[in-house]
Design a protein around this ligand. Structure first.
Ligand code: IMP
Length: 187
């Protein structure tokens, strides 16, 4: 089996990425914790490719990275690529978003995820994007997931991401959709 280094330090993302990759023919390894890649790109795709490529070159192995975030329509796409840097903790990020959105009637938003896979020499071999549309609630609901999950409501399911079982989040989420496109090519 060929080694695939999972290039993330976010425990929530890591959990999901590992579960999506368990049946693949790759031996998963965690990124060395001291290896932190600065996200200097100005798109999800640029940051996903940057992280995968730098981790591949540093470890000499194949690497997979995801760059993702929440784009709120009434805030012109904010926090977007800055979703992780929008506050110090998940709670602070959610509070800030709800404060910025205030009583705004248009609560529409989308989660975006780009997954990239790099060869050991840093060259990008594959990338895929997934999008999930939803709305932002005025207060959190549910205990599952991570990040902005408790305020992201999917109308078709009448649940927030934090209220979904992992298998359901996989089916509807931005990351699940990106992996659904990527996995057949990966094997
Ligand atoms: P980055 O891709 O490392 O820049 O971080 C993306 C950030 O977006 C995460 O730290 C979360 O705050 C948020 N995010 C991405 N995907 C999800 C998700 O599936 N649920 C909730 N928050 C997410």
């Amino acid at each position: 089996m060929t080694v695939l280094v999972v290039a993330t330090s976010n425990p929530g993302k890591l959990r999901e990425m590992q579960s999506y990759l368990t049946d693949s023919n790759w031996e998963l390894q965690l990124k060395p914790s001291e290896l932190e890649i600065e996200e200097t790109g100005d798109t999800f795709a640029a940051n996903a490719c940057l992280k995968a490529s730098e981790v591949a070159k540093a470890t000499g192995e194949w690497a997979i990275a995801d760059d993702s975030g929440l784009q709120v329509d009434a805030l012109n796409g904010v926090p977007g690529i800055y979703s992780a840097r929008y506050g110090k903790t998940d709670k602070a990020r959610i509070e800030r978003l709800l404060r910025e959105l205030g009583e705004e009637k248009n609560r529409e938003a989308q989660f975006v995820c780009v997954v990239a896979i790099a060869r050991p020499n840093g060259e990008i071999a594959l990338q895929a994007e997934g999008i999930c549309r939803g709305t932002i609630l005025s207060s959190p609901r549910g205990n599952g997931g991570f990040g902005y999950d408790p305020i992201f409501y999917v109308p078709e399911q009448q649940l927030t991401f934090a209220e979904m079982e992992p298998e359901m989040k996989r089916r509807y989420s931005h990351r699940g959709k990106a992996f659904a496109l990527l996995l057949p090519q990966l094997s």
